[in-house]
Design a protein around this ligand. Structure first.
Ligand code: UT7
Length: 310
């Protein structure tokens, strides 16, 4: 039995914060942010919405898109580093609000790689026959843990949510292989101590190395080569890091997802948000080979290769 993505949904808050808005808040410039990161604007959730509210909106759409009812979900995995509170988990909050009565629920803490960890975990439960449907939500309200006086971090991140329902798919389709990894020795380069603290240059070096490596590794595991890849969805952290992964796979620009200019880095939400946008735009079609790759705090990384379609 192959596990694959059978439904997707996303939600981003309405409020747009542009680079020009940030110029008025701190010593930065639209020019610097645009050329160093590729970000033009990001979405910021107001006080009326916490992480679970963002996740709920995306999850509802993914379940509807999958054509199943919440009662059929066996497991809810929420990838986030900005939960409403340490516990109960966001996954349990969604279990109640969605009415997913029989679902087990837990949060996954793997920072920006969280959605990749979720997809790989869901695959195990489905392909072992233990569970049929798993809901995975990548969601962050990073704005609540940003120091709005620190230009090194505040300009980079945004809020949002992306969700996917995974379940059995037809022969040859679904998640073909995954790679997950961690290097705790790099934890000191990106962490939360009240606010997000980051050594941008160190994370940048790690990301460029690891994204490309992980793409190649996961393709090899699936018995594929870079020539087989139809579309790449990299974690949207910095356009220069994304470009390095694209060039490693020798893909033309139009075959890589780019949503960073609109949403900034939404951590665990960036890959599923991008997936929704590309599928809706018709850029990912049935039987396309799609690589998704992320990296983040931990340090962690993860990649997936899938043949799209139910
Ligand atoms: O999801 C994972 C999360 N993290 C990442 O993916 C981050 C990875 N790292 C990066 O994306 C990049 O390292 C940054 C975008 C964070 C920084 O870009 P950089 O090219 O590595 O710049 P830098 O850190 O080497 O800084 C260059 C200059 C510095 O000034 P000096 O020391 O050369 O005078 C910074 O103070 O740019 C300055 N700077 C800024 N200037 C205007 C740093 N942030 C800003 C800013 N506006 N927001």
């Amino acid at each position: 039995m192959n596990a694959g993505i059978i439904g997707i949904g996303k939600y981003v808050p309405e409020k747009v914060l542009t680079n020009h808005d940030l110029e008025k808040m701190m010593d930065t410039s639209d020019e610097w942010i645009r050329t160093r990161t590729g970000i033009e604007e990001r979405r910021i959730a107001d006080d009326s919405m916490d992480t679970s509210d963002l996740g709920f909106e995306a999850a509802k759409k993914a379940i509807e898109n999958a054509g199943i009812s919440p009662e059929e979900i066996d497991l809810i995995l929420v990838a986030t580093v900005t939960p409403d509170q340490p516990f109960p988990t966001v996954a349990c909050m969604l279990q109640e609000r969605l009415g997913a009565k029989k679902a087990a629920a837990m949060d996954i803490s793997a920072a920006c790689s969280g959605f990749m960890y979720g997809v790989a975990t869901a695959k195990q439960f489905i392909e072992s026959g233990a569970y049929k449907y798993v809901l995975i939500v990548g969601v962050e309200k990073l704005s609540k843990i940003l120091n709005w006086k620190d230009r090194n971090t505040a300009v980079l991140f945004g809020d949002g949510a992306g969700a996917a329902v995974m379940g059995p798919v037809s022969e040859g389709r679904g998640v073909l292989a995954f790679e997950l990894g961690a290097d705790g020795t790099g934890g000191k380069h990106l962490y939360q101590d009240e606010y997000v603290i980051m050594n941008g240059r160190e994370v940048f070096k790690f990301a460029v190395r690891q994204m490309g490596e992980s793409c190649m590794n996961v393709l090899e595991k699936a018995g594929l080569t870079k020539e087989d890849v139809d579309f790449l969805i990299p974690h949207q952290a910095n356009i220069r890091i994304m470009e390095s992964a694209r060039l490693r796979l020798d893909l033309p620009e139009e075959k890589m997802s780019k949503t960073i200019h609109k949403y900034g880095n939404t951590s665990a939400a960036s890959i599923p948000i991008s997936l929704v946008e590309e599928v809706e735009a018709g850029k990912i079609k049935d039987d396309d080979i799609v690589v998704m790759v992320g990296f983040g705090g931990g340090l962690t990384w993860g990649s997936i290769v899938m043949r799209w379609g139910r």
